[in-house]
Each structure stands twice: as structure tokens, then as C-alpha cells.
Design a binder for this molecule. Structure first.
Ligand code: AMP
Ligand code: GLY
Length: 431
């Protein structure tokens, strides 16, 4: 059968590659795809991004299933559109994608259903927001309500910094409509983890745990980015904490969405903060897989992803089981000159080795220019490797990183440092 994957990042390259490995799949279209999906066997790029045209394409080509990578088309209702036309698609409908598309919606939802999260208040008016920040003091977190491509959250160390963020969002409308309302919340301390599950509306299948590295530079310094690297599993999520996240966050979320009349079908990503006592709180929901978390997670997935998605669409995820490679996986993002503020495009990329069983290079911001591969976005590649422990996976990934060259390439040299700090030779005890 033929499938369609929507998106153009490293997450979509990994998804499409994994789906193409299913024995039932002949070909995976990727719309619009990138330089990696253009050259990977079994994948074919399609230069379409308009939802209506994508639905027409899926119908015309007989795509048996469409899988959506990024949040923007989900928030715009692409799943509703495909469903209206009787096309099979995996992802949340527009009303359910609000969990990511509106932070105020997500906070109200969590308060209503008793899901642990930071205390908050929402404002549309500048002076009231300022007064709240002054009354509560710093550190404090200011978030644009809407989708802001990773630029909508300011963890402010001082009241002045929080006031500047409020002014930029509510006063100057720097983020447009996304910043027309702000959520201001308590600053949580602890260690973050990405907890991603598949949902069928009533049941949940947890994927392997992972941890992202959001800051640009080593030691978590520099500006926030979409994510500079990730690894799986995340040892901070012990079996006890895993059980608590399921019981206190994930299952109540699924039950709450069903109760509110918007049953959640699709990948659901809970960003959680785990304090020193092991209490998990929800930082955010994403209505999709994480990028770059997907790359190490997919490299560890031994099961057929298509079968898992079939279960999710049939409402039988309770009968599905995912099998994971016992090894650790670690992905290092190579970013373009000027990322995240003003990534430069058009630099020639050299030295990407042929894929190996234990190391694959997933493409994101690349495109083919004739026979040459050139950069075309902020995050360019994600070098992802497996190893018997995290240190071996890290060493393997960086050996490949060191073979790749493009002008102005930026990458962190410390991906995995939190887990490695605590010993690092630890083999994966859980997922
Ligand atoms: P979000 O898009 O809500 O996940 O926010 C992006 C990043 O900001 C998170 O990954 C955290 O590192 C940080 N963050 C968000 N909310 C909080 C909070 N309440 N306390 C501390 N850090 C936060
Ligand atoms: N890596 C964080 C995200 O995908 O939102």
C-alpha cells in the first residue's frame, strides 16, 4: 500500500523511513519532505502543503493512510477535512489539537480535570498582567497563548524581564494573534522529560521515554530552540515515575478529553517537570510527536509502526504492544549558521555517511539543488545512533557528526549529559 506523511522535518523523515520499512508498504509520499526524504529508498517527495490539495492527492493516489507530523496542520483542522472526505488519517481533530494550540485551553482543561500543572492566570490586558507579575515576583513564566514556533515561552529570572515579555506579546504584538493573550505561570523546578503516547480516543500506548535539549549551547546555555538533541530512554523517568505520569497526567487527560466531547486520537506529547521528590507536573501538551525526540525513539522501535497506528484508528490500542530495542539511542542536531534567530540557507552539506544499522542521519532543513545537498532551514540534520549504553550511543553519534561539514554548522557537544552525569554506563532499564 501507499502512505502519505505530512511535514518536512527530521521527525517526518524518521516517521516515513519507519513506515516504509513495514512489509505491507510499497511507498511513502512525503509532503513536502526534504533532501533526505528525496533520496531515501521507498520515499517520494510531493510538493504540496495546502490541506485541500493534500486531501485530493491522497484520494487520487489511493493513500491508505496519512500521518501528520507538525502541529500547524492539525491545529488548522486537516484531520477533520480528511475525515469529511472519508480518508484515513492519524492525528487529533482540530478541537482536540487545542491542547497544544491554546495554552489557556490546556490550562483550563488541566484545572477542570485535576491534572497537576503549574499555578497560572491568563490575561489579555497589559496592566492586569503586569500587576500579577509584580504581585507574584520572579522567577515566573510568560507564555503566548497560541502557536509561536518555539518562541512563545519566556522563563523570566526577574520581574523586569517578565514585564518586557508581556509588553512584547500584549503591547507590541510581536507574536501576532498568538500573543493576544498570555498565560503567566509559576516557575517549576526539576528535570524535564518528554512523555509521548499514542491514543485511540479511549486507550493509550506509551512510547519510549526521552529527553530533549532545548537550549542552543552546551550546559543548557544560550537561547531556546526547537531542540538541539535528544536521547531515549530518559533515566529520570523511573518505573515509579512512569506509573505516576500515566496515572496522574496521561490517563486523566484522555478521560477528560472524552468526557468533554473531544476524544483524543493521535500522538500526544506531555512535557513534564519532575521535582526532586519525584512529583511530575505538566509543562505543556503537544498534539504530535516531538522533534528531535522522534528520531531516537523511532530508532529504538522494533514493532511495525503501521500496525500500531492501525490499532489506534480501530480503537484497539489496548491490544497493541510496542517492542523496544534494549539499547539506548541518542540524536545530535546539526543546525545552520544563525539558528535560531536567522538561519542561513544554501550552504553545501558534505560528508553524510551511508546509513548503518546503528547510526542514521535524519534530514530536516536540507534540499537537493541539482545533485548537491544544501541547507534550507534552521535544524539541518539529526545524527542518531544506538549503543549498548548511552555513552556508546553518544560516541557513535559524534563520530558521524565529526564527518559531516557545512559552513557555519552549529551543534552541542554534550547531548545526553544529564543521564551521563549519573554514571552513564547504565544500560537501559526501562523504556
Ligand atoms: P513549553 O512550550 O510550555 O514547553 O515551554 C518551553 C520550555 O519552557 C519548557 O520545555 C521548559 O523548559 C520551560 N518552561 C515552560 N513552562 C515552565 C514552567 N512553568 N516552569 C519552568 N520552566 C518552564
Ligand atoms: N522537541 C520539542 C518539541 O518537539 O516540541
Amino acid at each position: 500500500m501507499k502512505l502519505l506523511v505530512i511535514g518536512s522535518g527530521g521527525r517526518e523523515h524518521a516517521l516515513a523511513w519507519k513506515l516504509a520499512a513495514s512489509p505491507r508498504v510499497q511507498m511513502v509520499y512525503v509532503a513536502p519532505g526534504n533532501g533526505g526524504t528525496a533520496t531515501e529508498s521507498g520515499l517520494v517527495n510531493v510538493a504540496i502543503t495546502d490541506p485541500g490539495e493534500l486531501a485530493a492527492f491522497a484520494a487520487r493516489e489511493g493513500a491508505a493512510l496519512t500521518v501528520v507530523g507538525p502541529e500547524a496542520p492539525l491545529a488548522a483542522g486537516i484531520v477533520d477535512l480528511f475525515r469529511e472526505k472519508g480518508l484515513r488519517i492519524f492525528g487529533p481533530v482540530r478541537a482536540a489539537a487545542q491542547l497544544e494550540a491554546s495554552k489557556d485551553f490546556a490550562k483550563q482543561f488541566m484545572v477542570r480535570h485535576g491534572i497537576p500543572t503549574a499555578r497560572h492566570a491568563t490575561f489579555g490586558e497589559l496592566n492586569a498582567a503586569r500587576a500579577y507579575v509584580r504581585a507574584n515576583g520572579a522567577p515566573i513564566v510568560v507564555k503566548a497563548d497560541g502557536l509561536a514556533a518555539g518562541k512563545g515561552v519566556v522563563v523570566a529570572a526577574s520581574v523586569a524581564e517578565a514585564e518586557r515579555a508581556i509588553e512584547a506579546m500584549l503591547g507590541e504584538r510581536r507574536l501576532g494573534g498568538a500573543g493576544a493573550r498570555v498565560v503567566i505561570e509559576e516557575c517549576l523546578e526539576g528535570e524535564e522529560a518528554s512523555f509521548i503516547v499514542m491514543c485511540d480516543g479511549a486507550h493509550v500506548l506509551a512510547l519510549a521515554t526521552s529527553q530533549d535539549h532545548k537550549r542552543l549551547r552546551d550546559g543548557d546555555a544560550g537561547p531556546n530552540t526547537g531542540g538541539m538533541g535528544a536521547y531515549s530512554p530518559a533515566p529520570v523517568v523511573t518505573p515509579e515515575i512512569h506509573a505516576r505520569i500515566m496515572r496522574e497526567i496521561v490517563l486523566p487527560t484522555l478521560a477528560g478529553m472524552a468526557k468533554d466531547g473531544t476524544p483524543y486520537v493521535g500522538f500526544l506529547y506531555a512535557g513534564v517537570m519532575i521535582d526532586t521528590a519525584g512529583n511530575p507536573k505538566t509543562l505543556e501538551f503537544n498534539c504530535r510527536l516531538g522533534d528531535p525526540e522522534t528520531q531516537p525513539i523511532i530508532l529504538r522501535l522494533k514493532s511495525d509502526l503501521l500496525e500500531l497506528i492501525d490499532h489506534a484508528l480501530a480503537g484497539t490500542l489496548d491490544q497493541a504492544e510496542a517492542e523496544w530495542d534494549r539499547r539506548c539511542a541518542l540524536g545530535v542536531v546539526l543546525a545552520a549558521h544563525g539558528y535560531p534567530d536567522a538561519p542561513r540557507k544554501g550552504d553545501r552539506v558534505h560528508g553524510i555517511p551511508a546509513p548503518a544499522a546503528a547510526c542514521r542521519v535524519f534530514h530536516a532543513g536540507t534540499r537537493l539543488d541539482g545533485n548537491n545537498l544544501v541547507t534550507s532551514g534552521g535544524r539541518v540534520l539529526c545524527v542518531t545512533a544506538l549503543g549498548d549504553n548511552l555513552r556508546i550511543a553518544q560516541k557513535r553519534a559524534y563520530e558521524t557528526v565529526d564527518a559531516i561539514r557545512f559552513e557555519g554548522m552549529q551543534c552541542r557537544r554534550d547531548i545526553g549529559f544529564r543521564a551521563l552525569r549519573d554514571g552513564g554506563s547504565r544500560t537501559s532499564a526501562g523504556n
